[in-house]
Design a protein around this ligand. Structure first.
Ligand code: CUA
Length: 318
């Protein structure tokens, strides 16, 4: 992502910053430790056998002694792996249940997440906020997510906040995050969902409480209606944009594409595939395929002046 002025944080599983991610991190250390021990034992025995029992001069025609039916050895290599797998099964199940059965505390924020080919819709039912691709949440407080899909299977994954949860058509899944520190957390759709699966990025922005309240306040209400860009607003309302996009206060009420009412409050467009700048907005409207081949948004065949007006209008939607 070339436009990022500051280096983007690395979305590492080994740098958890949220309660469910902490538990997954501890579990992953245990699993990695057990696997490393098995690797050392098996690798060590193998290396020993290769060196100790390799062919030596004069061995050419002799069969090594053949060993059959050692009860001790058979028992050892049956029971030990069974025990190891059983222990891993128990601790994994305990972690899964602890994460999945969490009851939302009274102060938890509720957000509906809807996966689309290839972007994320976020709806805040209590706040009346609808946004896309950039999930804003308070830091230090739990956010419970209801995950639904508008089309195919996706998977919501922000490694520093929680594990993957699939987003499945005709099914509602639940998960929660609780970022400890304000900041930007990166994620990604983690289930192959079509050509632009790789450009179905996720951004979670955790704010201190007061800043989050200010963000919510800025996201409510209808779109800015600046008379200076009236021409662009008219173009938005008269071409096919309105079939897919909503802008509060205009005739545009489409639900197939992101809600653009507060478009300019986002850092990125196209689910994180491009920076939200006038140049990229323009490039996106002219030919979405150039940024995301296969994107479901059609290339809008606009006259250059109409395009200028439309982009000028969009950039007022704070
Ligand atoms: Cu959505 Cu992969």
């Amino acid at each position: 992502m070339l436009w990022a002025a500051a280096p983007l944080p690395i979305p590492s599983l080994f740098d958890p910053l949220s309660r469910p991610a902490d538990e997954i991190y501890v579990l992953s250390l245990l699993v990695l430790g057990v696997c490393a021990a098995i690797f050392v034992v098996v690798g060590g025995l193998l290396a020993y056998a290769v060196v100790r029992f390799r062919q030596r001069p004069g061995d050419a025609d002799r069969e090594p002694p053949q060993v059959y039916g050692s009860n001790q050895i058979e028992l050892a290599w049956t029971v030990l792996p069974l025990l190891i797998v059983f222990v891993l099964f128990l601790v994994t199940t305990r972690t899964l249940i602890a994460i999945e059965n969490a009851e939302p505390p009274a102060d938890a924020l509720e957000v509906r997440v809807i996966g689309h080919q290839w972007w994320w819709e976020f709806r805040y039912p209590e706040q009346g906020v609808v946004t896309a691709n950039e999930l804003h949440v308070p830091a230090g407080r739990a956010t419970f997510l209801t995950l639904e899909s508008a089309d195919v299977v996706h998977s919501f994954w922000v490694p520093q906040l929680n594990g993957k949860t699939d987003v499945i058509p005709n099914r509602v899944n639940r998960m929660w995050i609780e970022p400890r520190e304000p900041g930007l957390y990166l994620g990604q759709c983690a289930e192959f969902c079509g050509t632009q699966h790789a450009k179905m990025f996720l951004r979670v922005i955790a704010h201190p409480e007061a800043e989050f309240a200010a963000w919510v306040a800025a996201q409510t209400g209808e779109a800015v209606n600046d008379p200076a860009v009236r021409a662009g607003r008219d173009i938005f309302q008269s071409v096919a944009c309105v079939n897919c996009h909503r802008i509060g206060g205009t005739v545009g009420a489409g639900v197939f594409g992101p809600d653009l009412t507060h478009l300019m409050s986002r850092d990125t467009i196209a689910a994180g595939a491009a920076a939200n700048t006038p140049e990229m907005l323009r490039a996106w409207i002219v030919n979405p395929d150039a940024i995301k081949p296969g994107a479901l948004m059609p290339a809008m065949q606009l006259e250059p002046t109409d395009l200028d007006h439309l982009v000028a209008y969009l950039t007022t939607l704070k």
